[in-house]
Design a protein around this ligand. Structure first.
Ligand code: FE2
Ligand code: FE2
Length: 473
């Protein structure tokens, strides 16, 4: 169970390590300052119907109730240790999992943890203003739930830094509160985490695509030989599942609403759909293209010697490593990777160890394909021909084999002028953004929803859809 009697709720027996406890109790007010400064705008007094973990079991989410977010019980929760856990891949395959950080991997592991940790507060900062334009109380509550849990993910990484990395770790933990998404002097580490999330269409797409990248990174770190990292990621994954739900169901509800408007007005004309206060399917597809492509960049280069090192040294495994039935060393294996050769895209077998990023990305793509297929059931049920598609992996990329090439969503190589003349057929332009922004206005009457989104199928934790998920008082 989690000890909520402590200043910092935890299930790691923090009280037995006074030095660590004091260090984290010093970091805690700095975290709250960060939350108040960079977290959800104008939200401190709101009472939000939030879930708080009460144990790390599968159904440890039993506790739902009204909370003012600055009073949220952020803490340190790791799934229990498996005394028999072994390293399941790489050069150390079969050895006992590490309970301390091996000296030779210390700086690499710290970098991995800092990079993951940096994305958590970054997304909260990116979403800071969204609450002002929430399409319903239900959605406002979901946004805040995601935000407090990203805050807790920061705690998860900061615990590891403080507990296992000494003075360097403490300095990194402070720096995590000092960088800012989009900050001029001190931005967040990864590019995709420096863009403001300007509206709810972007938020839902981000939660579907980019939080899912988070899931896959956490899954590969959950395989890590460094057991405390594995255990903390396993608990984070239970929280992440809700973020993915918010994204997928949010987009689905927009599609649902659009299809209703098309049916009621007997039209498939985007201008008429827009005039009726919904978002035309073509525009939703453009945002899908954008968020899908910028998220693929987060997997890094297709071929990466760093990724190979992370694998052979046991720091970062494959998705569901322990369920795979090969030698878990991959010495002589190859993996197919796409690249541009002359005027076409070809597939080449490369050493599997260097293609770890590609492999994780491909596992991720299988999941988003399934999600897009679920979205497509909606126009199908309305008897409409429109279908959403994922763009080719080379479309609109900044990192890896396709950077500096121009590739259409269908996967055709294009010249730069041809790309420039067509890119806004596929990506949102400034006018699209202005239109989406024009739809955004705060809806706070219980049970009411903005014109561009359908209500959810059910409420939170058995509560009705018109439940007062956020109290303004
Ligand atoms: Fe997270
Ligand atoms: Fe998340």
């Amino acid at each position: 169970m989690i000890d909520y009697a402590e200043t910092i709720p935890n299930n790691v027996d923090l009280a037995s390590d006074k030095t660590l406890q004091r260090a984290l109790e010093k970091w805690q007010p700095a975290f709250l300052n960060w939350w108040n400064d960079a977290g959800p705008a104008d939200s401190a007094k709101l009472e939000v119907y939030l879930r708080t973990a009460i144990s790390v079991d599968k159904d440890g989410w039993a506790n739902f109730g009204y909370v003012r977010m600055p009073d949220y019980r952020w803490g340190i929760f790791l799934v229990p240790r498996d005394e028999n856990r072994i390293v399941s891949f790489g050069d150390h395959h079969g050895e006992p999992a590490w309970q301390e950080v091996p000296g030779e991997y210390r700086s690499t592991l710290r970098r991995i943890i800092v990079t993951q940790g940096d994305t958590e507060p970054a997304s909260v900062e990116q979403q800071r203003l969204l609450g002002m334009t929430a399409p319903s109380l239900y959605d406002l509550r979901n946004l805040f739930q995601v935000n407090v849990e990203e805050g807790r993910h920061l705690w998860a990484m900061v615990y590891l830094l403080h507990r296992y990395f000494g003075r360097d770790g403490r300095e990194e933990a402070e720096a995590l509160l000092e960088r800012r998404a989009g900050g001029q002097d001190n931005p967040r580490i990864l590019t995709a985490f420096n863009e403001e999330t300007r509206h709810w269409l972007a938020f839902f797409m981000f939660a579907f695509f980019t939080d899912r990248d988070g899931k896959f990174q956490l899954c590969s770190l959950a395989e890590s030989a460094f057991d405390p990292l594995s255990r903390t990621c396993r608990f984070m994954l239970t929280e992440e599942a809700h973020h993915l739900f918010v994204g997928e169901s949010g987009v689905a509800r927009m599609i649902q609403r659009t299809c209703e408007v098309m049916r009621d007005n007997n039209t498939d004309d985007p201008a008429q759909v827009r005039a009726s206060g919904a978002i035309d399917l073509e525009t939703i597809q453009k945002y899908l293209n954008f968020h899908s492509s910028v998220t693929l960049d987060l997997y890094g280069s297709e071929i990466s010697s760093n990724a190979a090192t992370y694998y052979t040294t046991g720091l970062k495994g494959r998705f569901e490593e322990t369920k795979l039935s090969d030698d878990h060393k991959l010495g002589g294996d190859t993996y197919p990777v796409q690249e541009v050769e002359g005027d076409k895209i070809v597939v080449r077998g490369v050493p599997a160890l260097t293609a770890m990023n590609t492999r994780l990305r491909d596992d991720y793509i299988r999941e988003i394909e399934a999600g897009v297929a679920r979205w497509n059931r909606i126009p199908e049920q309305f008897g409409m021909a429109f279908r959403f598609t994922l763009p080719h992996v080379g479309f609109h990329r900044r990192i890896g084999n396709f950077a500096r090439h121009h590739i259409s969503p269908a996967g055709e190589l294009m010249t730069e002028p041809a790309w420039n003349s067509r890119k806004y057929d596929w990506l949102p332009d400034a006018d699209d953004d202005v239109f989406i922004q024009s739809l955004m206005g705060r809806v706070v009457e219980p049970g009411k929803f903005a014109s561009w989104i359908a209500p959810p199928v059910r409420g939170i934790k058995g509560k009705p859809i018109d439940f007062e998920y956020v109290r303004f008082n």
